[in-house]
Design a protein around this ligand. Sequence first.
Ligand code: VGL
Ligand code: ZN
Length: 216
Amino acid sequence: MDSGAAISLDPARDILIAIDVQNDFCPGGALAVPDGDAVVAPINALCARFAHVVLTQDWHPAGHESFASSHAGCAPFETIDLPYGAQTLWPDHCVQGTPGAAFHADLQTDRAELILRKGFRRQIDSYSAFFENDRETATGLSGYLRTRGFTRVFLAGLATDFCVFYSAMDAVREGFAAVLIEDACRAIDLEGSLAKARRDMREAGVVFAQSEQVRA
Ligand code: VGL
Ligand code: ZN
């Protein structure tokens, strides 16, 4: 499928998961992903082709442990050890109820059947839509998808090398086929994180595709 062959959607089994298309990850936001708002148009176009759509929203309480501001002497983008392991520290972002946590104004949200919020526990970050960063606290998404009979997830959104990456890896770990829609994602790319994410996803069996290949 990397060759550009069409991917036909099965409305009963395929679902689009658009990750964290929120103001804080777009230009002008607190944790702006370069060109982050460029994902909106392809995601909206994809939305129209999928029978089922889930959106996720990074949704942190003020004072969240992933914020550099919660750790004296620490700066954003440093890594520290938390009880569950290494954690990159971020600028304060996606604080519950703030404009930065809202979806990009142009994102088509009407057809979303589920809006999954994550990262709401103060002590644990959650990059993945499936498991928090302790790698064992479940968000419930696996159960939701399985109960509804979905077997393949198509992933888009922000950021390719963090929340999209962890979601794709966990999707595979949970037994779903996973397709990363490359032109509908943008990366943060901290110290080679994008290259590593791409390598790990490829090895795990995540399929890389362009949105134009996806056919209703
Ligand atoms: C994300 C860093 C912190 C993401 C969320 O959506 O990729 N990255 N919180
Ligand atoms: Zn976050």
